[in-house]
Ligand binder design. Sequence first.
Ligand code: KG4
Ligand code: ZN
Length: 337
Amino acid sequence: MLILGIETSCDETSAAVVADGREVLSNVISSQTDLHATYGGVVPEIASRRHIELVIPVIDKALKDASVTIGDIGAIGVTYGPGLVGALLVGLCAGKGIASALGKPLVGVHHIEGHICALFLTHKRLEPPFICLVVSGGHSSIIVVRDYTKFEQIGQTRDDAAGEVFDKVARYLGLGYPGGPAIDRVAAQGDPCAVNFPRVRFENGSLDFSFSGLKTAVINYVNTLRQKHGSQLPPPVVADIAASFQQAAIDVLATNTLQAAKSMGFKKVAIAGGVAANSALRAKMTAEAAKNQMDVYIPEPVLCTDNAAMTASAAYFRYEKGMISGLDINAEPNISL
Ligand code: KG4
Ligand code: ZN
């Protein structure tokens, strides 16, 4: 069964063709990073306009790269939320149009469900249940993946999402946008023990996260240094701050995820979402899981950040269970999993 996936929830216009929820035949991702970099973040109106220009050419390319025609497609999977409402509507309208014109089933996909299903594309034999940390620009959640379409959130951020904090700290350090990959790159040159930034954890076994204190601590630290040494900090100092911030963030992410797996008796842990592309987080989760005799699953980096292959995979598992959407499905910018 071939699914055409469409993903336009933020600043990537993406379309993909996936077979049986597991095999990527094509995955076209057109990033708008350059357009938004001038503004230091995603400008929703600009994102929507660019999606309109790109969505059909990107779908055409996905079909061409997969060497299939639209007639070969069994169903259309499209992200309907959460995300930027104007951006979501572009992909959703394209999906509805194709489904309606060709009489094919339409499957609305939750963006976070898509991020989780990226795991099934990289790890062909992975099956639920397992514990998954989902870390992106908008989410930091620990989720029990009970089944391909059944998810239970057992921990979440009480303030900022992890990716959001990577982006803000990067901006403050003058590393540009998008911040996560920049921190990852610069941190590789720094000492993660140079500054002991706070690692916030809650009592009574809570698996929740809080990153706003860490963000403020980094900003205060940078301000103090700038007052002493001037606004232009030497690159080695910036690298040490980036590495120390990154270490504090990933320590909490990994600790809570491992605690969740241990307390619930899971031997399989996974990470997904844009921040799962972070090299230090990948290394830490791999090392910690090995120490605890657990298996770790991480999508390849290109499937961690937003892409439509993950959407197509999630749509396949929904389709299998008869979870088809009506053509009246609307964009849901704030829908929970
Ligand atoms: O999943 P995603 O592509 O979009 C959302 O659903 O939000 O995640 C984007 C987030 C951004 O905050 C970006 O800075 C972060 O993922 N990110 C990273 C890395 N690559 C992307 N954060 C840390 N290290 C990376 N290598
Ligand atoms: Zn995402």
